[in-house]
Structures are given as C-alpha cells and as structure tokens.
Design a protein around this ligand. Structure first.
Ligand code: XMP
Length: 506
C-alpha cells in the first residue's frame, strides 16, 4: 500500500492512477489525517500531492510533521515538496513570474528517483513559489533555468521532492521516476491489478451495504453496467436493477440489455417497457429543451414507481466516475443543454449512494469491465445521451420518424464497425433533421427525408472535431441508407467542430 496525501491538488487522482498503473495499490487520504491512522496503514511509501496554496498563506494545508520520522519513504510533488522544504528548514520564496508548462530539467544527480532517466529531460511545471535553498541533509538533485532546486533528496532518510509534476503525460519520463520511487525506494512489488480491485471493491460494498437492499438504474452504458455487475458480485440478489425503455433506444438495445443482465449475469432485472407512455408525453413537442425536460421528468417518475413497488430500499448504485466527481465539484459552466443522465434522480428520494467507480478513470472502467467479463459491445460502447434518439430527431417525434432514424443509425454503426473505426472515434451516429427534399429513384420523383451523419473525435466530449472519414466509408453508408431505409433519399455529413456546434443536434 502507498498513501497519497491530498493537499488539494488537481492531480491527486492522477497520481493515484499512475501508481495503480505501476501495479501498486494506493489510497488517497486528506492531508490532515492523524499520524496514528497513517502509521496503522502500514504503508510502504507516502506521496504528498500538489496543491494551490502557498506555504506562507494562513490556510496552507499542513500535515503532522512526524510523518518524516516514520521511516517510510516520502515523495513530495510541487506544493508537497514546498511544504517539505518549509517544514524541514529550507527556504521557500515567491517567484515574480509563475513557471508554467513544458520545461527542460537538468538532472544533477542520477540516483534515487532519477536513476533511470536521462540527464536532460522534459518536465511539466506549474508553480508560483519555488525553493531557494534545500533543507540541511538534502542534496539538490535537479534544476531548471529558473528554478535552482527543481528536485531534492535526503537519500539517508529516503525523503524526495520534485517541483514539477511527474504524474502528467507532459512529463514523458515521469513514470520512470515514479517507478524508481515505488520499486527501488519503497520496495513495492507491483503485483496489484484489476482483479485485486474487484476483491477490494467487493469487500467494501459488503461492508457498506450489510444485508440491506440496493437499487440500480441500469442503462446498458458502460458505467452503470460495470457498477451493477460489481455490486451484484458483492451482494447477489440484494440488488435489483431497473431498466427503463423509454422508446428512444437504438435498434436491438432493449433486447441486448435484458439478455446480458438477466440471462447472462442472472441479475434481478425489472424491465420497465414504457414506450407508449413516453410517446404520448412527447407528442407534438419540437423544442429541444422541452423534450429533454419532459423525458428527464418522466424517467424519474417511472423509476420512482418501480422503486415503490419493490418495497423498502436503502441504497442506490451510481456509476459515478472520477471525472464526474471533479466536474460536479467545480461546475460553474453555463448550462448549454440540460443533460439528463440515467440515475440523475430527485433529491427527495432518500437513498444512500453506493459508488464503486468513484476513484476510476474511464479507461480503468473499461479494464474493469473486461475483468468482470462484460460483453465487448458494452465495454466499448460509445456515449449515448439519456434522452436517446429523441434529441436526434429534429422537430416532432413520431413512430415513423423513430423507425427511420433507428434503421439509418444501425447502418452507420455497422459500417463504422466494418471499417474498424468504432473504437477510434468518440461517437458515430445518424440524425434525422426536419427536412425533406426532392430526389429521383428509378424513374420516379421522390420527396423524402434527409439523414445527417455525425461522426466526431473527442477526448472528453467537451470539445470535438469531425472525423475525416475515408470517402469509401462515407459512400457505403450513404448508399446503404438510401437503398435500405424507406423514406430517405439524401445523406449529408456534418463537418462542424465543437465549438461552435455541439455534438448532438439538440
Ligand atoms: P453535446 O451535444 O453537448 O454533447 O456536445 C456532449 C456529449 O454529451 C452527450 N450528451 C448527453 N449525455 N445525457 C447524457 O448522458 C444527456 O442528456 C446528453 N446530452 C448530450 C453527447 O452524446 C456527447 O457525447
């Protein structure tokens, strides 16, 4: 076990993730965790995270300094190093200009965390204060042009500090440094893996839930699926999943969810088939926000009704990931679209939350999904909005228009998969605009719908670019849609990025 002490840095979870990537189990604890508790954790190493404070500010987070006397190796990053220097008798000063971004690091002593790195290497800096003089007993192990003490070490006491961020990708040799710390200095084995995560998560879920009953809103997307399967492994039939089919799902989707979870995983699954109910509610509605609002509210009502039928339930499973935790904690952005997430439930529902994925990043959830033997279709499923196809039909939603979009979308899906692009793009789907145009088929004039293609690349959905799809793939999609989907005579490709457009059209 390695302890990561969180001093409020934005990268604390990223440090944890890198440590996990090295095959070492770690836990993040607050900076003010009592020393007795730290000692009881019996850690092989401790990492101090960065943080936004200056050691001289009154609110500066400080930890018990006995931590340096426990005989456990410590690595301080950024603020963590400044705190270390300040506490152990070095000199921390305020720089006139903030050092930010890519910086060349000159390694003075190729030992300790630098035993595997080049003498000159690129690192990522982000700091205002800097260390002018290292404390007694420490050697300066690296510097940059503007930072005299960019890294320091007391090899005897096994205390190390770096001003830069080894955990970010912009520090290409950062993993080598972390590995040297974990393996050579802390003597970690590196045999932790997703299987161990599953074991630990199961223990934690059992301890939290006891013999109480648990509910989960299952969408068939990767996050809620992985969370549900993990909780099911821990507590079996104490878990009930509710899957709501609002009628705006893709072709074959409801069947696939029922088959996977009921037949495959033998889970208690309530399948709420409420297609008619939703269709009635959206009849004649064309305003995008109105659609989202109606579907979100109706979803909650269905879910509440199903939950009520089940009797007393104490816990609710949510597939919250670490990036969601960060986003909701810092969300100040204007509402561009009111997002509806399956499981975005009203506050007056009295449940305690079970959130087994809270510490994980998306790709770790994929690894976990594979460990839990979820089908590939779910492991690699592209994001799909809560209101589903309803917000990909511009204008009025009718059965006929839903069928057209569903068929066209299935063709996009098949062709993108066939071209081996499904995993490489962020999303690839069809849109049905509210427009018809004239065409000619056989010798007949047609007047039929246009289908739009939206295929984008993105890191996180916040920004996106349209994919430069090979012409042959575009051609195959276009031909198949016009030939196979009745009521369509034209296909267009959306070539706008986000911003200024959004990924979805509504
Ligand atoms: P936009 O259209 O805002 O979409 O560029 C960004 C990403 O979010 C997805 N999206 C949603 N996801 N509930 C969701 O869970 C929603 O209501 C919703 N609306 C958009 C969208 O598919 C894209 O990946």
């Amino acid at each position: 076990l390695v302890i990561i002490m969180d001093f409020g840095g934005q990268y604390s979870q990223l440090i944890a993730r890198r440590v996990r990537e090295c095959g070492v189990y770690c836990e993040i604890v607050p900076f003010n965790t009592p020393i007795e508790k730290l000692a009881a954790m019996n850690a092989k190493g401790i990492v101090f995270s960065g943080g936004p404070s200056s050691v001289y500010s009154e609110q500066a987070p400080v930890c018990d300094t006995k931590v340096f006397e426990m005989g456990v190796p410590v690595l301080g990053i950024c603020y963590g190093m400044q705190f270390m220097a300040h506490t152990l008798g070095g000199k921390v000063s305020h720089a006139d200009t903030r050092e930010y971004g890519n910086t060349k690091l000159y390694v003075d002593l190729n030992q300790g965390i630098f035993s595997e790195t080049e003498k000159e290497t690129q690192v990522w800096m982000s700091h205002g204060d800097y260390i002018e003089a290292a404390p007694a007993g420490f050697s300066v192990t690296a510097h940059t042009k503007s930072t005299p003490v960019a890294a320091m070490a007391d090899e005897q006491k096994r205390i190390y500090g770096v001003q830069f961020h080894p955990e970010v990708v912009h520090t290409p040799e950062g993993m080598k440094m972390l590995k040297s710390f974990l393996f050579s200095i802390c003597d970690c084995k590196g045999d932790w893996n997703m299987g161990s995560f599953v074991d630990q998560a199961i223990q934690a879920i059992k301890a939290q839930v006891g013999n109480k009953r648990v509910l989960c809103a299952l969408s068939g997307g990767i996050d809620s699926s992985v969370a549900a399967v993990l909780v099911h492994r821990a507590i079996g039939d104490q878990l009930t999943c509710v899957f709501v089919n609002h009628g705006f799902l893709r072709k074959g989707e409801p069947e696939q969810v029922v088959k996977t979870f009921r037949d495959g995983f033998h889970m208690n699954l309530v399948y709420a088939n409420v297609v008619d109910r939703f269709m009635k509610r959206v009849e004649g509605v064309t305003d995008p926000e109105q659609k989202r609002k109606i579907i979100g509210e109706e979803f909650i009502r269905v879910f509440e009704a199903e939950a009520e039928k089940l009797g007393e339930i104490d816990f609710l499973v949510q597939g919250t990931l670490y990036p969601d935790v960060v986003e909701s904690g810092t969300a100040t952005a204007a509402v561009i679209k009111s997002h509806h997430n399956v499981g975005g439930l009203p506050e007056d529902m009295q449940f305690a939350l079970v959130e087994p994925l809270r510490d994980l990043f998306k790709d770790e959830v994929r690894a976990l999904a594979r460990e839990l033997e979820l089908p590939e279709d779910i492991v690699w499923r592209q994001p799909f909005p809560g209101p589903g196809l309803a917000i990909r039909i511009i204008g009025e939603i009718t059965e006929e228009r839903l069928d057209i979009l569903r068929e066209a979308d299935a063709i996009v899906h098949q062709e993108i998969k066939k071209a081996d692009l499904y995993r490489k793009v962020w999303q690839s789907f069809a849109i049905l605009p509210a427009m018809k145009s004239v065409g000619v088929m056989g010798d007949e004039r047609t007047y039929a719908y246009t289908v739009g293609l939206r295929i984008v690349s993105s890191e996180d959905g916040m920004t996106a670019d349209w994919v430069r799809l090979p012409y042959e793939v575009l051609d195959a999609i276009s031909r198949r849609i016009v030939n196979e989907v009745k009521g369509v005579n034209r296909v267009v490709y959306d070539i706008t990025s986000k911003p200024p457009s959004t990924i979805e059209w509504e």
